[in-house]
Design a protein around this ligand. Structure first.
Ligand SMILES: C[S@@+](CC[C@H](N)C(=O)[O-])C[C@H]1O[C@@H](n2cnc3c(N)ncnc32)[C@H](O)[C@@H]1O
Length: 374
């Protein structure tokens, strides 16, 4: 039995293709990736014989946690029987497990689905020569895909809970620089919007080092209560220490925004700043319902987060440099989630730090909720 070939069919490719692949790979690894990464990803696999890692650009189709790739070259043999791979998808590296499907009917069905979604002309992007005019019938597809296989990659959630910050000691100096000396002023603006009163119960979600929670504690006074929660143990420790230094009571807990350890209807206000983009997008709905659940009827919510730059190039650069989901953080999407969670009176705006946007909303008062439900 011969060992499977390692490199991506290098010998079979003309030099012009190799050069083009190199250019595409460079762009996909750079801040300019949005120009190509809608349809192209980088696939990294290990050669069975050499153990070396190879990276190639591939056209792909994504359905949630599954990515489909086609090949009529030889590299896929390294994935036979299943193999761990890594994809660079829209600028983000995501590990996954690849399975190869070689049987004709599966390949034809997958190609048909690909063409239906991307358009009949997309056959070229997966090395298929097809007659012009719509998606061909199964007989033609069977013939055209004779040397193709389907590689299905099941993505592993890179951050099942969120992007945690473990470098708590360096966080405050960095934030001070980002706010250019106006941090306390901007945080005070946000707390003003929550209209905190002495005696209020406030929860700061994904509190980081607890700067906002400590200011909130001063506003609600000894008759009030401030809770702060973060999924990073280092941040929790830093927030506890900051509250002690400031001489205020803050109940700091380690936990997830998606599963708040607090009873229903228990908070007058819930706040979360600079953290929404740290929570995985597919958990945003759960986080929004949790925030709503713990608010008392009539309670107020404020979420403030980085504003996505309008220009796609700047957005690509910001996403690349910050390693954040700046590009996918759209206030409109948050509005929709909050409405679905049952919040009303949504208002949005920008703080005096122009890169920081906020959304406020309110849980309907008990009578209104009952009316809505009934
Ligand atoms: C950029 S910091 C913001 C900290 C703070 N709110 C502020 O305004 O400075 C984002 C925080 O979210 C936390 N985090 C990420 N995912 C989380 C989750 N699912 N639940 C709770 N905290 C989370 C991180 O550990 C980090 O401390």
């Amino acid at each position: 039995m011969t060992a499977p070939p390692d490199p991506p069919a290098a010998g079979a490719q003309p030099h012009s293709h190799l050069l083009l692949n190199r250019v595409i790979t460079t762009v996909l690894r750079s801040a300019l990736h949005p120009l190509l990464s809608r349809n192209l990803a980088l696939l990294t696999y290990r050669g069975r014989r050499t153990g070396r890692a190879y990276t190639i650009p591939v056209s792909y189709q994504r359905d949630g946690g599954q990515v489909t790739v086609f090949s009529n070259q030889r590299w896929w043999r390294n994935l036979r029987g299943g193999a761990r791979v890594e994809l660079r998808l829209r600028g983000k590296r995501v590990p996954g497990r690849a399975e190869v499907h070689e049987d004709g009917p599966t390949v034809v069905a997958a190609v048909r689905d690909y063409l239906a979604r991307k358009g009949p002309g997309a056959g070229r992007t997966i090395n298929l020569r097809l007659p012009d005019g719509g998606i061909p019938d199964d007989r033609v597809l069977t013939e055209a895909t004779r040397s193709h296989v389907v590689v299905r990659i099941t993505l592993e959630a890179a951050e099942p809970h969120g992007v945690l910050i473990r470098w708590a000691r360096g966080y405050d100096p960095l934030v001070r620089i980002a706010f250019a000396g106006r941090e306390q002023r901007v945080r005070a603006e946000l707390l003003d919007r929550l209209a905190l009163r002495p005696g209020d119960r406030v929860l700061d979600i994904a509190c980081g080092t607890g700067t906002l929670a400590v200011s909130a504690a001063a506003r609600v006074g000894p008759a009030g209560w401030v809770g702060a929660l973060d999924a990073s143990p280092e941040m929790v420790q830093a927030a506890r220490e900051k509250a002690v230094r400031a001489g205020v009571n803050v109940d700091v807990r380690e936990g997830l925004a998606q599963a708040l350890p607090f009873p229903d209807d228990s908070m007058d206000a819930v706040v979360s700043t600079l953290a929404w983009h740290h929570i995985p997008p597919d958990s945003h709905g759960t986080a929004a319902s949790e925030m709503t659940r713990v608010l008392r009827p009539g309670g107020r919510l404020l979420i403030a987060d980085l504003k996505a730059p309008a220009n796609p190039l700047t957005r690509g650069l910001a996403t690349h440099l910050l390693g954040h989901r700046v590009a996918s953080h759209e206030t409109a999407a948050v509005d929709q989630l909050l409405a679905t969670a049952g919040l009303v009176e949504q208002r949005r705006g920008t703080t005096s730090a122009r890169w920081l946007a906020f959304v406020t909303a309110r849980k309907p008062a008990a009578g209104m909720a009952a009316t809505r439900a009934g």
